[in-house]
Write a protein that binds this ligand. Structure first.
Ligand code: ADP
Ligand code: MG
Length: 261
């Protein structure tokens, strides 16, 4: 087994509202190995996004620890996040959107190196001829590929993706899933991805972590050893997909009635 690049231990998180506390995560622990693709699944509102935000340091845990082992020592970057809605700046070109992430990061990167990285990433996502295009000139799938490139630009030791493809149609989604598998193959990127789609999880994951209803605890871990490329029509694939779907229970929204006014 490759060494762990991420080690999560005993994560607790409660949101405090007016009069009502909303426990979101309770004692969540797991490790992610270097180069592994791990999918997180669970009923709506069970704390998947909260967990990802905590790992990406966009939210504070109440208790527990997160240890990331940066592979690029000295660059000081551990995790990069990709959201469902791609979050590109509409007034910046594809190239400028990718560079933006680099400029924001604490890394001191010379301009020539920056341009080289952007060119490499554009070629990786097959968008070299769209370098100067604006986001509105791209399809949904192309925009999401740009946000993947932007996240990869800082060379994170782990890529965090929160339902990144759920707004895309099934064909574009499959294309992007294949792209993620190819990027992992080429760059050995470690990927932690939230999805509510059992087929997607079985298609790309090495392991699937299933959280219970809120407050989320790890209710099960399913290891998928099918060789790539995987076929959703394969009987073994279907059997694992059914098992995953069956273990992700309580599909109703279980959010707390916290007033935000
Ligand atoms: P999931 O991504 O699994 O659907 P979330 O992590 O978004 O779930 O939310 C988990 C629970 O925490 C939900 O009940 C949600 O209403 C609550 N929650 C999330 N963020 C906040 C917040 N900023 N303030 C209060 N409650 C929140
Ligand atoms: Mg969510």
């Amino acid at each position: 087994m490759a060494e762990s690049v991420l080690s999560i231990s005993g994560i607790e998180k409660t949101f405090h509202g007016e009069g009502e506390d909303c426990p979101a995560l309770s004692g969540v622990s797991f490790n992610v190995a270097s180069g592994e693709i791990v999918c997180i699944m669970g009923p709506s509102g069970c704390g998947k996004s909260t967990l990802l935000r905590i790992i990406g340091r966009l939210e504070h845990e109440d208790k527990g620890s997160i240890r990331t082992i940066a592979e690029h020592v000295g660059e000081g970057v551990s995790a990069a996040m990709i959201f469902q809605d791609h979050a590109l700046f509409p007034w910046l070109s594809v190239e400028e959107n990718i560079i933006y992430g680099l400029r924001l990061s604490a890394q001191k990167i010379p301009d020539t190196e920056m341009q080289r990285r952007v060119d490499d990433l554009l070629s990786l996502i097959h968008l070299t001829s769209f370098a100067r295009s604006l986001p509105h000139e791209l399809s949904g799938g192309m925009k999401q590929r740009v946000s993947v490139a932007r996240a990869l630009a800082i060379r994170p030791s782990i890529l965090l993706m929160d339902e990144p493809f759920s707004a895309l149609d099934i064909f574009t989604r499959r294309e992007l899933e294949d792209e993620i598998l190819r990027i992992r193959q080429e760059l050995k990127t470690t990927i932690l991805m939230v999805t509510h789609n059992p087929e997607e999880a079985v298609y790309i994951a090495d392991r699937i972590i299933i959280l219970s209803e809120r407050p989320g605890v790890v209710a099960g871990i399913i290891t998928v050893t099918l060789p790539h490329p995987r076929s959703p029509a394969d009987p073994d694939f279907i059997r694992i997909r059914e098992e995953v779907a069956g273990r992700v229970k309580g599909r109703n929204e279980v959010g707390c009635a916290i007033q935000h006014e």
